[in-house]
Ligand binder design. Structure first.
Ligand SMILES: C[S@@+](CC[C@H](N)C(=O)[O-])C[C@H]1O[C@@H](n2cnc3c(N)ncnc32)[C@H](O)[C@@H]1O
Length: 234
């Protein structure tokens, strides 16, 4: 599928199965989420400091969870506008509470949606985004390749896709790696070992620039894909 294919239509039907699955996961977890995840969702702050949106830019987070990243980013970049989608209505309740409590409702808007079906016009009245960030969500979404395609096609030419997620822990000691992967499975998390390969293919087919790293001894994967200023035509 071409990233610039005009046939790419968002499926805007209610994503019942994914909503149920994630609500079951986060109904109680969301209350302790920010306090606990700070210790092991590594690299999120680096992703936020790498955004550097120009004033007036529109930034989307797919899988925005409790709104933690959106709130921090909006504080850091008050001249940009932030948007979030999440499939879990439980997580969205936490995000809306956090955004309201900080008086950021003019800067951040969130909506319910599936990461494979991002329609900026329908959800937020926008033609496209300047930046899309995805933080520790691809590892929970079975159809994660389609999320990447959906994100890239909603970026304006020259826009940037920013990613951080679990790596395959290849440089951790064997026992630590096995325990960590087993523990992640309990949370429905599967590190996407072929993320770099998928992003490289996207970069090749679109003429995008890809920066990819495996920080923290392979604990995490970090990537920035910058689309070319003009779409590459076949
Ligand atoms: C581990 S949390 C990460 C939250 C946030 N991005 C962060 O860095 O703290 C994963 C989030 O992805 C959301 N999610 C899972 N599947 C999704 C899907 N198909 N579409 C959109 N969001 C999804 C979950 O509901 C959850 O809020």
């Amino acid at each position: 599928m071409s990233l610039y294919s005009p046939e790419f239509e968002a499926d805007v039907s209610w994503p019942a199965e994914a909503t149920r699955r994630m609500n079951r996961m986060y109904r109680w977890q969301r209350h302790i989420y920010d306090g606990t995840r700070r210790y092991y969702l590594l690299g999120r702050d680096r992703l936020i400091s790498g955004l550097q949106p120009a004033p007036g830019s529109n930034v989307l987070e797919i899988g925005c969870g409790t709104g933690r990243n959106l709130v921090l980013a909006a504080g850091l970049y008050p001249e940009a506008r932030f948007f979030g989608i999440d499939v879990s209505t439980e997580m969205l309740t936490s995000a809306i509470t956090a955004i309201s409590r900080r008086g950021m409702t003019d800067h951040i808007r969130v909506a319910h949606g599936h990461g494979t079906a991002v329609d900026p016009q329908l959800l937020f009245g926008l033609p496209s985004f300047d930046h899309v960030m995805i933080s520790y969500s691809l590892s929970m979404i079975p159809d994660w390749r389609r999320v990447l395609a959906a994100a890239a096609i909603r970026l304006r030419p020259g826009g940037r896709l920013h990613l951080v997620d679990f790596g395959n822990q290849e440089r951790l000691p064997g026992i630590a790696r096995a325990l960590l992967l087993r523990w992640l499975r309990k949370f429905d998390v599967t590190p996407r070992d072929d993320l770099e390969a998928v992003l490289s293919t996207m970069a090749e087919s679109t003429g995008a620039d890809l920066k990819f790293e495996r920080p923290f001894r392979g604990y995490a994967q970090y990537a920035v894909l910058t689309l070319p200023p003009e779409p590459k035509r076949p």
